[in-house]
Write a protein that binds this ligand. Structure first.
Ligand code: NAD
Length: 390
């Protein structure tokens, strides 16, 4: 079978779905690889490195889609809502498509993908289990985003992060607050600590307290408790508005005491909760920085403008989207490894075999035979359950 990797087309996207180093593993499993010319260049992987590892280069994008049995992308249509639609006529029945599909975004989008007949898999739906850990692209990208968010904050803050005792006096360390201690938040804690900041973190899931502390962070405890803070998959559950209101009241003082706030609090498929109001921003010291990693889904800060950096009340608010693309070499390396592990789990004797008994396959499969076949997506969009599933 042939695996095809088109060049990413989302504006500013620099990642690539496969890196040369994984090609030998795919070949060992009986898969060949074709890459669209120049697909890896922006991530630091020139065409010659792909051919050196046994891949072939296709001059035209249409050739990749025409010849490949399996298409691997970073941002497929769905998550690529700017240019992704152009690929739809290139997809065909029975072909497999794997990548970020934003499956809980808009039902019409998922339906349009289904109508192409493609067998699509969304990496966002990977179960958070030990066996699926090596295939978990959300964790990989979260790791990169958490790291990069701290660097952006450090670059913007008019202070330095570490404490210094110098002949010119003592410099106090920067105080950094991380809100939402999932994968990205935990990596942000670790990165800010490495730079010498004093780090606090808050999450509505009490289960993360120990993880925060093990990274050298102080866990902020608020006098409210979330109801059923997390679901069976380990994700936070949405709370009612009275909870969020109380949360904001209690967080006000905490935010004002910090030079940097990095927010990474999201609920799968939902608009991000507002944790930092405009009043809280106004109470921060001038020169402070907020990096809002939830910007893509509305943001955790009321004054965030998606995709922009703004200054309000003297506070810089960074609402960058697609931060993982800003570290394309390692983001692509991690993503390629995740996709390779995912693919190899489904390839038997050089053929793609969908074992619906396998939770990994069952959870990630989105469309097949022109239908949305994923029960979680159907339930989310209130589509009737399917009677039979192929
Ligand atoms: N294979 C595995 O076992 C595996 C792999 C990756 C992640 N996980 C776990 O899955 C969970 C989700 O990780 P993620 O990084 O994808 O999370 P995420 O990106 O969905 O959410 C980020 C964080 O925001 C927090 N949050 C949401 N609303 C909030 C609010 N109002 N106030 C404060 N915090 C709020 C969540 O609790 C979460 O910790 C974590 O427990 C993580 O450790 C497990």
């Amino acid at each position: 079978m042939l695996v095809g990797v088109p060049r990413e087309t989302f504006p500013g996207e620099r990642r690539v779905a496969l890196v040369p180093a994984v090609i030998p593993n795919l070949k060992k499993a009986g898969l060949e690889v074709v890459i669209e010319a120049g697909a890896g260049v922006e991530a630091g992987y020139p065409d010659a490195e792909y051919t050196a590892k046994g891949g072939t280069i296709a001059a035209e994008r249409v050739e990749v889609f025409r010849d490949a049995d399996i298409i691997l992308q970073v941002l497929c249509y769905g998550s690529n809502d700017v240019t992704g639609k152009a690929d739809l006529p290139l997809l065909r029945k029975g072909q497999a498509l794997i990548g970020f599909l934003r499956p809980l975004g808009a039902v019409v989008t998922v339906q349009t993908i289904a109508e192409t007949g493609v067998t699509s898999f969304s990496v966002e739906l990977m179960p958070r289990t030990t066996r699926a850990q090596s295939m978990d692209a959300l964790s990989s990208m979260g790791t990169i985003c958490g790291y990069k968010a701290v660097l952006l904050a450090a670059d913007t803050l008019p202070r330095i992060f570490p404490m210094l005792t110098t002949a010119a006096g003592t410099i106090t360390p920067a105080r950094v607050l991380i809100m939402g201690a999932g994968v990205a938040g935990l990596q942000a804690i670790a990165t800010a600590r490495r730079l010498g900041a004093v780090v606090s973190a808050y999450d509505l899931r009490p289960a993360v307290k120990e993880q925060v502390q093990s990274l050298g962070g102080r866990f902020v405890e608020l006098a409210i408790e979330a109801k059923d803070a997390q679901d069976a998959g380990g994700y936070a559950k949405a709370q009612d508005e009275s909870f969020y209101q109380k949360q904001r009241e209690l967080l006000g003082q905490v935010v004002a005491q910090h030079d940097v706030v990095i927010t990474a609090a999201v609920i799968p498929g939902k608009k991000s909760p507002v944790l930092v109001t405009k009043e809280m921003v106004a109470a921060m010291a001038p020169g402070s920085v907020i990096v809002d990693l939830a910007a893509e889904r509305g943001g955790n800060c009321e004054l965030t403008r998606t995709g922009e950096k703004v200054v309000e009340h003297g506070v810089s608010i960074i609402g960058s989207i697609n931060l993982a693309s800003a570290v394309p070499y390692h983001a692509s390396q991690m993503y390629a490894k995740n996709l390779t592990n995912f693919l190899l789990n489904m390839v038997k004797d050089g053929k793609l075999t969908l074992n619906m008994e396998d939770e990994i396959v069952r959870s990630t499969l989105v469309t097949e035979g022109a239908e949305i076949v994923n029960p979680r997506i159907r339930e989310f969009f209130s589509l009737p359950a399917m009677v039979t599933q192929s």
